[in-house]
Write a protein that binds this ligand. Sequence first.
Ligand code: AP5
Length: 249
Amino acid sequence: MDRRAGTTAAVKTKIGPVILLGAPGAGKGTQAKLIMQRYGIPQISTGDILRDNVARGTELGKKAKAFMDKGELVPDQLVCDMVADRLRQPDCAQGFILDGFPRTVAQAEWLDGLLKDEFFEKRCAVPPVVVNFQVGYNQLLRRLTGRRTCPTCGRIYNVYSQPPRVADTCDVDGSKLVTRKDDSEEVIAERLKAYERQTLPLIDYYRRRARLREVNGDQVPDKVTAEAFRAIEIEAVAGRPSPVPKSRA
Ligand code: AP5
């Protein structure tokens, strides 16, 4: 086993909850998939779960749709209930990646309570690592307007920076790529306003709790990934307790 692989195996057991912060288009979804592959913990994208509910026409989807179409945040209670259901699934017992949650101070406070009551004492004893991807405004606009997604496998492309080999076609499964409905210029502007007003205060929230790790998201994806892995692993080896053994879960 090479040294790098050995190190990764050793820290892997110490990776608990990972929270990805960043503006719309900062690269949270792109990086979450790579973090998931490396550490074997599930990606929980609140945006993806909400879009799936909208597509299936569930009660939650019907309530969320009007907010999402306008680029506004879905009310806290709806999203928190949805996240609680997901985090109680067995695959989240040792760790998970929250992509797009929390997004308000109320959501962050609610999450702290849930982790304390349901995780630290019973399942995963590791406090969350919060990674904030910093990207400039113009770059965000370019990324969001250029984004295309595969409706089958969820792979994310960008017509400017990460185009598919054949235009509008997924490299993995040949599906026709789609543009997200909220990636229109008008809705993007509202999403960025909602981010500044409601989500930006979370940077201070987590900084004050000494949980925040800043990552320069304005670099080529591989470099962003390397910085994110480093940030997560530094936290993991900084004397954190091991996850609670399965027999105590
Ligand atoms: P959500 O789906 O979470 O959208 P978002 O936060 O706006 O984030 P995005 O998915 O747009 O961007 P991303 O950071 O994941 O970037 P990506 O990796 O795709 O939320 C949608 C809606 O759902 C919200 O508006 C709200 O209504 C609702 N919602 C969700 N969560 C909620 C919550 N907690 N509370 C209330 N409401 C909630 O990358 C973007 C593009 O850039 C891609 O094309 C990619 O290929 C490209 N790219 C990525 N990295 C790089 C790089 N390093 N260099 C160049 N290009 C790159």
